[in-house]
Design a protein around this ligand. Structure first.
Ligand SMILES: Cc1cc2nc3c(=O)[nH]c(=O)nc-3n(C[C@H](O)[C@H](O)[C@H](O)COP(=O)(O)O)c2cc1C
Length: 384
């Protein structure tokens, strides 16, 4: 019955909904979808119905990450819902967790539109939002109002925090203070179970200063001093060589950071097999991020697997895609573009597929599969 519901939703989305939606500009579709998801989320009947159809609480998929219990390893990544408008509906659709944001200390209008551009042949989107959001105070109030619906359901809310995108936060002191202002607010809130520090948002004033080891050190020192109860993850950039990436990880492991999210949007339009029209701006999501993210997950797990938990992000469209990240060392995976290209039932489909893949490979839980590819390579190389 559940499988039929997932398959029919996927069929309807692919053949009826998506062809209509994709006739309209992506910015308009994105706001309309958020409005619709937000009203659906206010209906107890609809969310109850969705939960019955889409939520599978499979014991093989539940696990504890950074001390927080997750009912499933498949969640929604940052950026889909900056203002926490759709958390209830995503919970009812069976996702295992939701990353809300990125939010900033002050409300922010973001960049001039258009924010999005589709690349259907590459299963990708160009994103040029520039951190538009209502500000961390407002978003925390929304999360607190809704927390009652997820309490006790092992559905963690991760709040992604960035620095306000305006000229006032260009200096490093002001930028650090901007992050810390949001974190002080989060510290007082029980509606957020984990925090993701977004140091890698492209398209903002002052670029990405915290992707340099010195400034990252400064930021994390400030974060340590706050002694947040919620575990901290750092959302990593993707546009750098391993040596540079490792330089940031070396800083991160010296601080009170539970893990890293690998990773953010890619920047090189050459990664789009079908190219990008002149004038389209922003980082790119989806398929072009998949390989680079998988490689970084594997390298990070190999070197820091005992010290850092990994949230794997980038180009997850199927259970096999999610499983590849888990076998390389991600404990949980999150997606945005898959949701837009494949439909809202994707999370439930990926979870069902993961259970099959785990059984096929003889694992009795998701935890056993985390890093399996790396363990087998290490074993092979140790015995050569
Ligand atoms: C529409 C959109 C908005 C995004 N906004 C954010 C954001 O605010 N903060 C952030 O850390 N990542 C943001 N991202 C990046 C995603 O969280 C993710 O890292 C990236 O898209 C790769 O995953 P995907 O291929 O599943 O989309 C955004 C991505 C998309 C598609």
């Amino acid at each position: 019955m559940r499988m039929m519901a997932e398959q029919s939703t996927a069929f309807i989305y692919e053949n009826i909904v998506k062809p209509v939606l994709f006739r309209f500009p992506p910015d308009d579709v994105h706001s309309a979808m958020l409005r619709m998801a937000s009203s659906v989320g206010r209906s107890n009947v609809l969310t109850w119905g969705f939960s019955r159809v889409f939520t599978t609480r499979h014991p093989m998929l539940a696990q504890t990450v950074a001390g927080v219990r997750f009912r499933s390893p498949v969640g929604v990544s940052a950026g889909f819902d900056k203002n926490a408008e759709t958390v209830r509906v995503m919970h009812s659709l069976g996702y295992g967790f939701m990353t809300v944001g990125s939010v900033t200390a002050r409300p922010c209008a973001g960049n001039p539109k258009p924010w999005f551009h589709r690349h259907p042949e590459d299963k990708s989107l160009s994103v040029h939002v520039g951190l538009a959001n209502l500000g961390s105070s407002d978003v925390l109030r929304t999360l607190e109002r809704n927390a009652v619906y997820f309490e006790g359901d092992n559905f963690p809310v991760i709040l992604s925090v960035a620095k306000t995108n305006n000229p006032e936060t260009v200096s490093s002191e002001a930028a650090v203070e901007d992050y810390l202002t949001s974190l002080r607010r989060i510290k007082k809130s029980s509606a957020v179970q984990l925090v993701e520090l977004n140091i890698s948002c492209p398209n903002t004033y002052g670029g990405e200063p915290f992707t340099s080891p010195g400034l990252l050190e400064e930021l994390l020192r400030g974060v340590d001093a706050l002694k947040l109860a919620q575990p901290i993850f750092v959302k990593m950039p993707v546009n750098m060589k391993w040596e540079q990436f490792d330089g940031l990880l070396q800083v991160i492991v010296r601080h009170a950071v539970a893990g890293v999210t690998i990773s953010n949007l890619v920047k090189d339009p050459k990664l789009l097999a079908h190219g990008r029209a002149e004038g389209v701006r922003g980082g790119m999501s989806g398929l072009p991020t998949q390989k680079v993210s998988n490689d970084l997950i594997a390298k990070t797990y190999k070197k820091y697997g005992k010290k850092l938990d990994i949230i794997g992000v980038g180009g997850v469209f199927t259970a096999e895609d999610a499983y590849a990240k888990i076998r390389r060392g991600a404990k949980v995976v999150a997606l945005v573009t898959g949701l837009i290209y494949n439909g809202p039932q994707l999370g439930a489909q990926v979870q069902r597929g993961l259970v099959k893949l785990l059984r096929r490979d003889g694992f009795s839980s998701i935890e056993e599969a985390v890093g399996a590819d790396i363990h087998s390579t290490l074993y092979t190389s140790n015995n050569e």
